[in-house]
Design a protein around this ligand. Sequence first.
Ligand code: NAD
Length: 374
Amino acid sequence: MKLSVLKETNEYETRVATTPDNVRLLIKLGFDVYVEIDAGLKSGYSNKDYENSGANIADRKTCLQSKEVCLVVQLPPLEDIREISSKTILLGILDPYKNKRYFDELKKQNITAITMELIPRISRAQGMDVLTSQANLAGYRSVIDAAENLNKAFPMMMTAAGRINPAKVMVIGVGVAGLQAIATAKRLGAVVSATDVRIATREQVESLGAKFIMVDNEESQNAETSGGYAKEMSEEYKKKQSQLIAETISKQDIVICTALIPGKPAPVLISEEMINTMAPGSIVVDLAVEAGGNCPLSKLGQIVIHNSVKIIGHANVPGRVAKDASALYAKNIVNFLSLFIKKDEKKIDIDWNDEIIDAVVLTHNGVLKLEEFT
Ligand code: NAD
């Protein structure tokens, strides 16, 4: 069984789909591994590191053709998809909501496209959950980015020259990224508050030692889907939530926004008027910027300064800790592949009745399998 790893081409992508440690695990699973020249450089892994772990370093053409499995972080460009051999299993964070224009080519090329961000959040699949492994690091990095841009210290300090008050951080949206942002800000010594529409998050926020605030009404009791995600809230709820955020935000040094609704634009939660109430030098980090942003002023890949408030909209925040993000993503993939490799026979044997497979296979045998994307 041959497996190849492509070098990423997207301008913001610094991660790589496997790391030298994970090459060893892939070889144990029975694969001959081909890594494209310089694929790992931006994440801190050299060609030599891959060779030492048993991989072959190859050019792009070799990696695209004649392989059973091809690993990527993001969907490669159309001209590459046209070169991928028929029946290849292409595995990555393929972002089917945004990449519908690629489906015809994937079908035409008879590629089995597997989109890792749709791994169901069930306990058996925790080790394959790329959304969690990447969002956790994004939450961490958002606080580091905020600290780097803030003009004051995080912890309280008692000094001979007087007391420094701790930084005040508010986290909006308490999923995986939000919880790690809270934990990181607390570790740095900030006073942290957080809000979400899902009532279940109260306990999680409080267990990290942060203050929980929310609009708690009948609607918030049912704001969670069966998959654990947030629902889109009513206009009335949004109005009340907006008042609550407006009251709190003016006292914050840093606001970290992480609120997302799967498959929909991110909810707009911080208005220009709210930003105008913040002190000069305050920071907003909009982790939702790739889904449109929780703040309409944020711009993808930029730090916008509005009324002396910095609004940080870095693209691909997990890629800002690419070494660790790649390592966790690569392990997620190894765990996923382990599901259907028959090691002794060195054979790929997909169980089409497995609910995990059912959730992630986008195209197979020239057919689009996930109807929600038709
Ligand atoms: P996400 O990235 O979809 O959203 C981030 C957060 O934003 C969520 O907490 C959401 O409730 C919140 N949000 C959405 N709209 C909002 C609004 N208008 N105002 C304030 N907050 C808003 O979430 P996620 O990090 O992917 O986590 C989603 C769920 O999956 C959670 O329940 C989490 O506990 C669960 N989860 C389960 C597993 C597992 O069982 N394997 C693993 C990871 C996460």
